[in-house]
Design a protein around this ligand. Sequence first.
Ligand code: RB5
Length: 146
Amino acid sequence: MAVDNHVAIGADHAGLEFKAILRDQLIRLGFQYIDAGAPDGAERADYPVVAAEVAQLIQAESCRYGILICGTGIGMAMAANRFRAIRAANCSNEAMARFARAHNDANVLTLGQRLVGPDLALSILEVFLSTPFEGGRHQGRLTLFN
Ligand code: RB5
């Protein structure tokens, strides 16, 4: 059974500042996190490797959600979505985060540290984690992939 308040968080070298900020916010919001790397201060990390770590933590039901940060959020989303049962959404505003959860039941949020400011990233995170999946007509669509 996935632990509902456990979140896996990861970043490549271009997302490490956000990873530190969002870790603190996760604790403030009552979540526990598993840091899947890259290590703080890493000069270089390849986003597909970090995305795989986070995807596998969700597949193993060690975490309910994943947060992945790179320069744009695009590479992380592409990499995470290669994994069965992962629905990663790259969100650059709160509305995207809300719909990603409400309509798509996204379980991974990806963010671009080079494209989104830190205050907005915190707000996107909060919306993502507090918005329930609406189910209903959206549920059947999810069964058409994965
Ligand atoms: C790294 O320079 C950058 O390419 C990466 O963080 C990400 O934006 C890829 O999608």
